[in-house]
Design a protein around this ligand. Structure first.
Ligand code: SF4
Length: 227
């Protein structure tokens, strides 16, 4: 078990500093070339790896290009085009309905406010934050995905459990200039080292400040259970 910095603010800044050194090129890993593609890629990425989404969207984005293309596509045809993605039937439905709304109520443009985005089917606060940050350069929140949720708890940065509550907590702690990068750094570390089932604490650059670092009888603060 490592010893965290005295305050959560100090712990957060230390984590950012070390992960920035470790992952200097950290950024979004979904591939897209416009806002609509970004929105669709993020909807597809729920409970699915970015790698799988990128493999699938490579041909999807060639076949469908405008919101009208998706809105007018038969449900079965679109679902078939997505069939290697988890929950592809539901996601095909969300994408068709979201694109219908984009055509009917937003002149074919992906909206640029949290309220309008979260009115689209299949779009929660996490998806909306990604689209605002990377599609519109609007940063009004912190994206809390499964990696951010797990690592912030393991590292003693938050004790909240739900993503929405974690986000609110983080907004008070993470320096505003890092609201976007914080997510990417934790995702990179969650993929490379601090994985869900078997984190590699021995080679972790945060081990000495991580209260979940594996040792005799220590606890994984993400789950609250002993390792
Ligand atoms: S890999 Fe281990 S030491 Fe590193 S952040 Fe995760 S739980 Fe902590």
């Amino acid at each position: 078990m490592g010893t965290p910095r005295e305050t959560r603010d100090d712990q957060t800044v230390e984590v950012i500093d070390r992960l920035e050194a470790e992952y200097p090129d950290s950024t979004i890993s979904l591939r897209y070339s416009n806002r609509l593609e970004l929105l669709i890629a993020v909807i597809l990425s729920a409970q699915c790896t970015d790698e799988r989404v990128n493999a699938e969207t490579e041909h999807l984005f060639e076949t469908y290009q405008s919101p009208e293309d998706y809105a007018n596509a038969p449900q079965e045809e679109l679902a078939e085009a997505l069939n290697s993605i988890n929950f592809y039937n539901n996601k095909a439905g969300y994408i068709r309905e979201a694109c219908e709304l984009i055509v009917e109520e937003h002149d074919g443009e992906v909206p640029d406010t949290m309220d309008e985005l979260t009115e689209l089917p299949g779009v929660g606060r996490k998806t909306a934050n990604v689209v605002l940050q990377h599609g519109h350069d609007v940063v009004e929140g912190i994206v809390v995905d499964t990696h951010v949720q797990r690592l912030t708890r393991r590292l003693g940065i938050t004790e909240e459990e739900r993503p929405e509550a974690i986000e609110q907590d983080l907004l008070d702690i993470v320096p505003e200039g890092y609201w976007v990068q914080f997510t990417h750094l934790l995702i990179d570390h969650g993929r490379a080292t601090c994985t869900a089932r078997n984190p590699d604490c021995e080679s972790c650059v945060l081990a000495d400040i991580c209260p979940s670092e594996k040792g005799d009888g220590d606890i994984d603060l993400a789950s609250g259970d002993p390792w």
